[in-house]
Design a protein around this ligand. Structure first.
Ligand code: F6P
Ligand code: MN
Length: 362
């Protein structure tokens, strides 16, 4: 354990092809996020004793009820980002508009977008929750960022990651040079020092093949046709066209779902559906889909909305929603091919425009 690299040492090594000021500013920014997440981990780990369970009596940027821990996690992230001299502005799921650092706004070379507490419906059930973040360049360094400054594709991300608050607290991170995993040393941080994150795995790779998928099956009647076909083929098992049995998991915490895929492969889907025609998906592009897509691609997997790579999408707004299909590469290739199949698409178009009920294929 003593031989393990700390987050700061591992980052300096991972970024050793970059200019010293880039390494220093990136290490500082990621350390600020890591310190915030160590604090959130502590709060989440205290459970009901932290007094942070239950609803907050307020709503987030999209009118969804906020939990106390959503609000507290957002405040902790905001506080740490506001004290980081390299961050010009940040945007969160919990606020309609972005925020600017009081002091460092003109120096900052980065913009940060984040979901402070993903999967927060799981808090009281003591099931894994997480934080997701993305670091973008602030192209107009020296000028105040506007909300337009964040409208960059996922390819522009300089770094992305998530922190999983499970039995262990784990950060999974990419600076576009592979995927690193760190474990929070919960015995560290005595005498007011920051807590230590230790490198516990590098070069994380998602197996290309899998027999496991994750989808909220209660929405089946609303799914698009290519997804109906894919799931029907998986659940047909050994006697179906895939000629093998599949397993299913659904935690309802995207961070936990993606972490399982990072460790043993799998497919995660929150596909386009017809529930609310104005919402093409459940998950948010900038602080859920894009950072996860970069991590998954850096680990050899693939992330799409069905027809396009998630990293190619240009955000319209900070809180834009998108369909998400990601994980083991061979399976995602297959799902994309079903979306490209003209027969599948014709049925789906009819389903969408004329509300024809299409039975899932058995
Ligand atoms: O942030 C959205 C989220 O909580 C994800 O973490 C999770 O994958 C999904 O929503 C769960 O959705 P549902 O409540 O439909 O199962
Ligand atoms: Mn979320």
């Amino acid at each position: 354990m003593h031989d393990m690299l700390t987050l700061q040492e591992a980052l300096a090594r991972n970024l050793d092809d970059s200019a010293p000021e880039v390494v220093a500013s990136m290490v500082d920014t990621i350390s600020a996020i890591a310190n915030a997440c160590a604090r959130i981990s502590d709060l989440a780990g205290q459970g009901v004793l932290a007094g942070a369970h239950g609803l907050a009596d307020s709503a987030n940027s999209q009118g969804e009820a906020q939990k106390k821990l959503d609000v507290l996690s957002d405040e902790i992230m905001s506080h740490h980002l506001g004290h980081c001299q390299h961050v010009a502005g940040w945007a969160s799921e919990e606020h309609e508009h972005h925020q600017l650092s009081d002091r460092h706004v003109r120096q900052g070379r980065y913009l940060v977008v984040y979901d402070p507490l993903d999967g927060s419906s799981n808090i009281e059930a003591n099931i894994s929750i997480g934080t997701i973040f993305s670091i973008l360049p602030h192209e107009g360094r020296g000028r105040l960022p506007t909300e337009d400054s964040y409208r960059q594709t996922g390819h522009e991300q300089l770094a992305a990651g998530y922190v999983l608050y499970g039995p262990a607290t784990i950060m999974v991170l990419t600076c576009r040079r592979g995927v690193l995993m760190f474990t929070l040393d919960k015995r560290s941080g005595v005498n007011g020092e920051p807590m230590r994150w230790l490198l516990t795995q590098e070069n994380v790779q998602i197996p290309a093949q899998t027999k496991e998928f994750a989808i909220n099956a209660s929405n089946q009647r609303f799914w698009e046709k290519p997804v109906q076909r894919y799931i029907a083929e998986c659940t047909a098992g050994e006697n179906g066209p895939r000629m093998k049995d599949f397993n299913m998991r659904w935690v309802a915490s995207m961070v936990a779902e993606v972490h399982r895929i990072m460790t043993r492969g799998g497919v995660f889907m929150y596909p386009r559906d017809t529930r609310e025609p104005r919402k093409p998906g459940r998950l948010r592009l900038m602080y859920e889909a894009s950072p996860m897509a970069l991590l998954v691609e850096q680990a050899g997997g693939r992330a799409v909305n069905g027809t396009s790579e998630l990293l190619d999408l240009v955000p319209d707004t900070l809180h834009q929603r998108v369909p998400v299909i990601l994980g083991s590469r061979d399976e995602i290739d297959r799902i994309v091919s079903y979306h490209a199949d003209p027969h599948e698409n014709v049925s789906w178009q009819l389903f969408k425009t004329r509300s024809l009920f299409v039975q899932p294929q058995a």
